[in-house]
Design a binder for this molecule. Structure first.
Ligand SMILES: [Zn+2]
Ligand SMILES: [Zn+2]
Length: 148
């Protein structure tokens, strides 16, 4: 039986350069089938999440493909990142009138995001070991708060 990567059928076929998975033969983890994390469709989300922080830092990702998660609470890959940070923005051009929590590795954005309609709902999806930072005057106005 063919395994389909849901939602990717409009894109051309790719092959993950690391594990060799394809659109029709995704690797399946506890989090479900993998996604492409880059526009070239040659790096899948499973391999991305298993890369070392240095390798992630060396990636040339011109166009970030968003990988929406249901929540960060059961995201098992925080230890892959040197300094995992969740930055919450509101009403950006990508997500108008929504709150978006994006995982950063210090100052490097990752594809992983959680989207909610309200700030309270989004805060529920942040793991308990994160704590909120004071807003800094230098923060971009779209940034609501930052969790470290
Ligand atoms: Zn892969
Ligand atoms: Zn894969």
């Amino acid at each position: 039986m063919r395994k389909e990567v849901i939602g990717l059928s409009i894109f051309p076929r790719g092959i993950c350069q690391i594990c060799g998975c394809t659109d029709t033969n995704a690797c399946v983890t506890e989090a479900g089938p993998c996604f492409w994390v880059n526009e070239e469709h040659d790096l899948c989300s499973t391999c991305y999440s298993e890369m070392s922080a240095d390798d992630v830092g060396n990636l040339d990702m011109n166009v970030m493909i968003n990988v929406p998660l249901h929540t960060f609470v059961d995201f098992h890959h925080f230890n892959r990142f040197r300094v995992p940070i969740i930055s919450i923005t509101y009403n950006t051009s990508d997500f108008p009138h929504k709150y978006a929590g994006r995982l950063f590795d210090l100052d490097q954005p990752t594809p992983y995001i959680v989207i909610r309609n309200t700030l309270e709902e989004l805060r529920q999806e942040i793991p308990p070991h994160f704590s909120v930072l004071e807003r800094s005057v230098n923060d971009d106005p779209v940034i609501v708060e930052v969790w470290v």
